[in-house]
Design a protein around this ligand. Structure first.
Ligand SMILES: CCCCCCCCCCCCCC(=O)SCCNC(=O)CCNC(=O)[C@H](O)C(C)(C)COP(=O)(O)OP(=O)(O)OC[C@H]1O[C@@H](n2cnc3c(N)ncnc32)[C@H](O)[C@@H]1OP(=O)(O)O
Length: 203
């Protein structure tokens, strides 16, 4: 079920709709591959100089279209991972108002050590996935108040893992969500989050 449903609200509905140029989603994916390749590489001095020059050229190209938060493409796109190259991408396969199921693959850039995903990458993934889900399906905008992670077993990198998110309940302005990551049948992570609907006028 990619790309993400289009009814997800933008921040405060402030941004004008953006035009996504042809090839932009591929560029974002390439950028993630670049980060994985950078992490996995052991370049010699010449390769380091070449890579550094190419990255400097890339920065120059991107700076030509530097813009403000409300006009940037990254972060609010109907492309996998919303064009956020820092965040592990959850590919959604099925979703109802109450439950979302998908997959995630922590690339080499998310290596903590010894083949395991970094412990900080996991809450990052959940904050984004919970945040999107808690705010989807026509629900008013809510922010993360707390996030709890239980690392039940090692989460491997470079492996397709299943992700389940559940919208457990709503009590007034509070929304409670839970989730898990599994490697096959093995439970890797359990997570829960509290999202609070903003007071009128809160920014
Ligand atoms: C974000 C989505 C946009 C849409 C885009 C979609 C895709 C985006 C995907 C990316 C998404 C990324 C998402 C992100 O990363 S969002 C960024 C990370 N989060 C923040 O920056 C939030 C910072 N905190 C705040 O803004 C306020 O503290 C909030 C708004 C959360 C509450 O302040 P507010 O003044 O409104 O609340 P209140 O004081 O009237 O309290 C109300 C009730 O809540 C209870 N309470 C409060 N705090 C906690 C707590 N920590 N644990 C347990 N309970 C707590 C409190 O006791 C009370 O309970 P009761 O007495 O009524 O029983």
């Amino acid at each position: 079920m990619d790309p993400l449903p289009t009814h997800i609200p933008n921040w405060w509905d402030k941004p004008a709709p953006v035009t996504i140029p042809d090839g932009y989603a591929d560029f974002v994916e390439q950028f993630r591959t670049l980060q994985d390749a950078m992490t996995a590489a052991a370049p010699d001095a010449e390769q380091t100089r070449t890579a550094s020059r190419l990255v400097a050229e890339l920065i120059e190209v991107l700076k030509q279209s530097e813009t403000d938060e409300w006009s940037q493409l990254s972060g609010r796109l109907p492309v996998p991972g919303r064009g956020q190259t820092l965040i592990p991408v959850v590919h959604i396969n099925s979703e109802t108002e109450h439950e979302s199921r998908g997959t995630v693959r922590f690339g080499r850039q998310f290596l903590g050590g010894n083949g395991a995903a970094h412990g900080g990458a996991i809450p990052l993934m959940f904050d984004d996935a919970f945040g999107r889900f808690a705010n989807a399906h026509g629900r008013a905008i809510a922010r993360t108040a707390n996030l709890h992670i239980d690392y039940r077993s090692v989460t491997p990198i470079d492996t397709d893992l299943t992700v389940t998110l559940r919208f457990d309940r709503e009590e007034g302005r509070k929304r409670y969500v839970t989730g898990e990551i599994r490697d096959g049948d093995r439970l890797c992570v359990e997570a829960s989050g509290l999202f609070i609907v903003l007071k009128p006028g809160a920014a």
